[in-house]
Design a protein around this ligand. Structure first.
Ligand code: UDP
Length: 379
């Protein structure tokens, strides 16, 4: 088959590779002038530091298939992500762990004492948390919530935490030990040569042609037997029901010599600090040495029509709109929608890759059985 793919991020690249290995001819169109989507990395011309152009990306997974898959295409350097939060002029360890609790309350509690103490702080009257704030009050009580989550979340989402689903907080653990690894997955790493080199390797197959700086249009779609769309779901339909909401990020660069903040990511919990965090990119490659440093302050805001979409908002009005687009997607002939933008879900990189591998299995088996190809793999 001749297959057209819109987008050369992880979704498009993995699917292109798998379909080409199954013997199909694949053409990947990418609007930007580089592959790897928002994971794109490049070396800074002045310092040689590997910059995560669209914000930091740390690869973490518990999925053996995904881990084996990425290791085929590059060297993955073990990397343990830690985050510090500055609040009210003091610094604390994140995600909330025994050190954070003892720092904030000025105590030296043991794990069992801390568990009991946080239990006494938490709001036991909340059975089924209906939003982020209720989830936080039930999980950790008001003091921890107000210090680390209230201000940061207002800045990150532009909404009161009472308007945000409880599931957003459930991404983070609450630990009664001194374990301060941000992620709990067994495999945590960053590609030695950057994400862009890794994605280039995935796309490096004689059955795959990549066209950079070339948007994928409906006219292109007409020339292929099937299309894979990893761009924004609403954009495929010309935004006919309205626009799905996204948060976008603005970055303010800081250059200095030496070590600017002593860690890769410093979050800022105070609401009157306008940025959410500062990332210092040389700390994402602790195996390298650099005398100078490059950091980025990160500001979150609602994405306008011409902004790069980052986080799907998925609030009530987006969900109604999303349902209309998903129904339209199901009826759209010869197109499969995939990935963070194509399905309007907030996906970590490993889930994106797992979904693309699953899509490749579903598509190749449908092709060989002569069945129609699925438009959506899950709703
Ligand atoms: N969060 C917070 N304070 C922090 C870190 C995270 O309030 O210092 C909240 C914020 O709402 C964020 C959510 O917890 O969206 C999940 O955190 P995670 O680190 O997974 O954020 P993401 O990967 O979405 O940037």
């Amino acid at each position: 088959m001749q297959i057209g793919i819109a987008g050369a991020g992880f979704s498009g690249a993995v699917l292109a590779r798998e379909l080409a290995e199954a013997g199909h001819q694949v053409v990947v169109h990418e609007t930007r002038d580089h592959v790897a989507g928002n994971c794109h990395t490049e070396r800074d011309a002045e310092t040689g530091i590997m910059i995560h152009r669209y914000g930091p990306h740390i690869f973490h997974t518990g999925d053996e298939r995904v881990w084996r898959y990425v290791n085929r295409f590059g060297v993955l350097q073990p990397y343990r992500h830690r985050v510090i939060s500055t609040v009210g002029g003091s610094t604390y360890s994140l995600p909330v762990n025994l050190l954070t609790i003892n720092q904030l309350f000025g105590t030296s509690l043991t794990p069992a004492q801390a568990r009991e103490f946080i239990g006494s702080q938490s709001d036991q009257t909340i059975d089924e948390p209906q939003n982020f704030e209720e989830q936080a009050l039930k999980m950790m009580g008001r003091k921890l919530y107000e210090a680390f989550f209230y201000g940061y979340t207002c800045k990150q989402w532009g909404l009161e935490p009472t308007q945000i689903p409880a599931s957003v907080l459930r991404r983070l653990p609450l630990r009664f030990s001194y374990e301060d690894s941000y992620f709990a997955h067994p495999y945590q790493a960053i590609p030695r040569d950057g994400y862009t080199a890794l994605v280039e390797q995935i796309l490096d197959h004689p059955g795959v042609e990549v066209r950079l700086g070339t948007p994928y249009t409906h006219a292109d779609h007409d020339r292929f037997d099937h299309s894979i769309w990893t761009g924004p779901l609403d954009a495929w339909f010309g935004h006919r029901f309205g626009r799905l909401g996204y948060r976008t990020l603005d970055f303010e660069e800081i250059r200095a010599t030496g070590d600017y903040q002593g860690c890769a990511v410093m979050n800022y919990g105070d609401i009157d600090v306008p940025y959410t965090r500062i990332s210092e990119h040389k700390h994402f490659a602790p195996w390298e040495e650099h005398e100078s440093t490059v950091c980025f302050r990160e500001f979150s805001r609602l994405a306008g029509e011409d902004d790069i979409p980052y986080y799907p908002i998925r609030m009530a009005q987006d969900k109604t709109l999303l349902q209309q687009y998903l129904d339209a997607a199901r009826r759209e002939p010869r197109v499969t929608f995939l990935g963070r933008l194509g399905t309007y879900r907030y996906l970590d990189m490993d889930v994106t890759i797992a979904d693309a591998l699953h899509a490749a299995d579903a598509l190749t088996s449908a092709i060989s059985a002569g069945r129609p190809l699925p438009a959506l793999l899950q709703d």
